[in-house]
Design a protein around this ligand. Structure first.
Ligand code: ITT
Length: 191
């Protein structure tokens, strides 16, 4: 028998990718598949709280076993900012380039440029809650490099690499990213 799980996303690509890894024993549903058209609440102050809030909302309102993810960039010299506010760091327009410019301005003159991307996934199955974390450490460089990826990728250089995330192919980034590591843990748990 197949186990059905809802993934709190409408990103068909993300869903397909995880479905492919999980194989035939799991059947993943998107938000659209369960007729969830509203924005999921994300009002927490941490990645843990936000991913839990999204998953709990689905579990309570749609009675489905499900998982939700949340990610952010955490910069040490900025006390972990922008963290949970990464998408709207420079304002509600949620512009990736505005966010990068604001980050570089806030870091100007600081010698510690260390940072990490972090993903937290919350899984709820029959009321039981489990969380999975993925982290990639690196440095925020001073100028933008590369055109691939999204968000802060042009200024994030992962540890052990000379290139930024935006200078890597999707495949290469997908092997080492925070998101990949968290999903790997989820898949290991589910299998
Ligand atoms: P959804 O919640 O709809 O999936 P989102 O853009 O909010 O979209 P995330 O929660 O995964 O996506 O990430 C929040 C923000 O953190 C994102 O908008 C970026 O600014 C930043 N971020 C997360 N992962 C990133 C990555 O791999 N590369 C660059 N920036 C990233």
């Amino acid at each position: 028998m197949k186990t059905t799980l809802c993934f709190a996303t409408n990103n068909a690509h993300k869903l397909e990718e995880i479905q492919a890894i999980l194989g035939g024993t799991f059947h993943l549903l998107s938000l659209k598949d369960i007729n969830c058209n509203e924005e999921l609440p994300e009002t927490g102050n941490t990645l843990e709280a936000n991913s839990l809030q999204k998953a709990q909302y689905l579990y309570d309102h749609y009675q489905v076993n499900c998982f939700a993810d949340d990610s952010g960039l955490e910069v040490n010299a900025l006390n972990g900012e922008p963290g949970v506010y990464s998408a709207r760091y420079a304002g509600e327009q949620r512009s990736h380039s505005d966010n990068i410019n604001f980050l570089l301005k806030n870091l100007s003159g600081k010698s510690d440029r260390s940072a990490q991307f972090r993903t937290v996934i919350t899984l709820i199955q029959n009321g039981e809650i489990c969380q999975f974390e993925g982290v990639i450490k690196g440095q925020i460089i001073e100028d933008l490099r590369g055109t691939d990826g999204f968000g802060y990728d042009p200024v994030f250089k992962p540890e052990g690499f000379e290139r930024t995330f935006a200078e890597m192919s999707l495949e290469e980034k997908g092997k080492i990213s925070h998101r990949a590591k968290a999903f790997e843990k989820l898949v290991d748990f589910l299998k």
